[in-house]
Write a protein that binds this ligand. Structure first.
Ligand SMILES: Nc1nc2c(c(=O)[nH]1)N[C@H]1C(S)=C(S)[C@@H](COP(=O)(O)O)O[C@H]1N2
Ligand SMILES: [Mo]
Length: 304
C-alpha cells in the first residue's frame, strides 16, 4: 500500500509502464523536452497522465546494465556481469545499537515480516546522470519502529557486505571497505526512505544491491547503499565511505542541490539515461515538498 503523503505524481500503476523507446516512438518526438507535459500536444496530454510524461521509468535493461557498485567495478557497464554469481544467500541483517529490540534477521524472515510495495522514484547520481526506477521495498521506518530506538539515538549507520572473495575490488586498498553510509534519524524515518528488495516487481538483481539496499530519493545516489548487512542506531554522526575518501566533495547530507556545485563540476543539470537533451536538476531531486522541512534553518551550502 502506498502511504498517503506520497504525492500521486510519484505513483504510476503498472499498466502505465511504457518503455522509454516505445513512448518516444508513440509520441513522435526525439527530444527530452518533448516529454514534458507543457510541450506535448493536447491529444498526448489527454492520453497519458503528467507523471508518465515527465517520469517514464527507465527500462529494466538500462537499470540493470548501468550501475555503480565499486566493490565489483568502476565501469558501470561491467558491474552486471561481474556481480552475476555473487552469493546473496544465506544472508543476515543485524539491527543493533541504541534500540530496545536488537535483532539479527535472516533475509527470508525480514522479507516476510515487512511486505514490499512498489515505489517509483527518481535516482540522481552525483555524476550528473539520473534514472527513474520502479522499486519494490518497504519504508525503513517500519523496521526502525520494530527496533524501538532509545531516546539517545540520533543517527542510523548502514554497513554493506564485506566479501573480498566474491567482490573483486574489495581487495584493493583504494577505499575504506566495507561501504558505509549514514542518515540522521529523522531522515531515516521519513516515509520516502525505502529499504529496497526488488525492482520491476521482481527480486533485486545482484548489480542493483541484492538482497537489500537503501533508497533515499532526495539525496545523491551514493547514499543509497547496496548489499546491507548491518543497521546500527548511534548518537554520533556515522562516517561514510565517500566522506572519508574525499570530505570536500562528499558531505554527510548530500542532498541533491542544483545550487551547490561539486568542486569539480556543476550540479545544475543532469542527463536522464535514455534521453538526449539534459534536464535541469531539481532541489531535493524534486522531493522538496516531502523533505525540505527536515533542513529548516540549515545552510545547505555548508551542510552539503
Ligand atoms: N555497496 C555499495 N552501494 C552503492 C554503491 C557502491 O559502490 N557500493 N554505489 C552508489 C552509487 S554512487 C549510486 S549512483 C547508486 C547506484 O545504484 P544503481 O546502480 O542501482 O543505479 O548506488 C550506490 N550504492
Ligand atoms: Mo552515484
Amino acid at each position: 500500500m502506498f502511504r498517503s503523503n506520497i504525492p500521486s505524481s510519484e505513483i504510476a500503476p503498472k499498466e502505465q509502464y511504457l518503455s522509454r523507446r516505445d513512448f518516444i516512438k508513440a509520441a513522435g518526438f526525439l527530444g527530452a523536452g518533448a516529454l514534458l507535459a507543457a510541450c506535448a500536444p493536447k491529444s498526448l496530454t489527454e492520453a497519458a497522465p503528467v507523471s508518465v510524461l515527465a517520469d517514464v521509468p527507465n527500462s529494466l535493461e538500462d537499470i540493470t546494465n548501468y550501475n555503480n557498485y565499486y566493490e565489483f567495478s568502476y565501469d558501470k557497464a561491467a558491474v552486471a556481469k561481474l556481480a552475476k554469481d555473487f552469493p546473496t544467500r544465506p544472508w543476515s541483517v543485524e539491527v543493533t545499537g541504541m534500540i530496545n529490540k536488537p535483532k539479527t534477521y535472516d533475509i527470508e524472515d525480514l522479507l516476510k515480516q515487512f511486505p514490499s510495495e512498489e515505489r517509483i522514484y527518481r535516482l540522481r547520481c552525483v555524476e550528473a546522470w539520473s534514472m527513474v526506477i520502479p522499486w519494490m521495498g518497504f519504508p525503513l521506518a517500519q523496521l526502525l519502529a520494530a527496533a524501538e530506538p532509545t531516546s539517545a539515538a540520533k543517527y542510523v549507520r548502514f554497513v554493506a557486505v564485506h566479501d573480498p572473495e566474491n567482490m573483486p575490488l574489495q581487495s584493493s586498498a583504494s577505499f575504506d571497505w566495507p561501504y558505509q553510509e549514514g542518515l540522521r534519524l529523522d531522515e531515516a524515518m521519513n516515509d520516502l526512505t525505502l529499504l529496497a528488495t526488488g525492482l520491476y516487481g521482481e527480486p533485486l538483481p545482484n548489480q542493483s544491491g541484492a538482497p537489500l539496499r537503501l533508497v533515499v530519493p532526495w539525496k545523491y545516489g551514493f547514499k543509497s547503499i547496496k548489499g546491507i548487512v548491518k543497521i546500527e542506531l548511534t548518537d554520533t554522526k556515522p562516517s561514510t565511505l565517500w566522506n572519508t575518501a574525499s570530505p570536500r566533495e562528499y558531505g554527510f547530507y548530500s542532498n541533491v542541490n542544483p545550487n551547490v556545485s561539486h568542486p569539480r563540476w556543476s550540479q545544475a543539470s543532469e542527463r536522464r539515461i535514455g534521453e538526449l537533451a539534459r534536464r535541469p536538476t531539481l532541489l531535493f531531486n524534486g522531493y522538496e515538498k516531502e523533505v525540505a522541512h527536515l533542513y529548516d534553518g540549515m545552510d545547505l551550502a555548508t551542510n552539503y
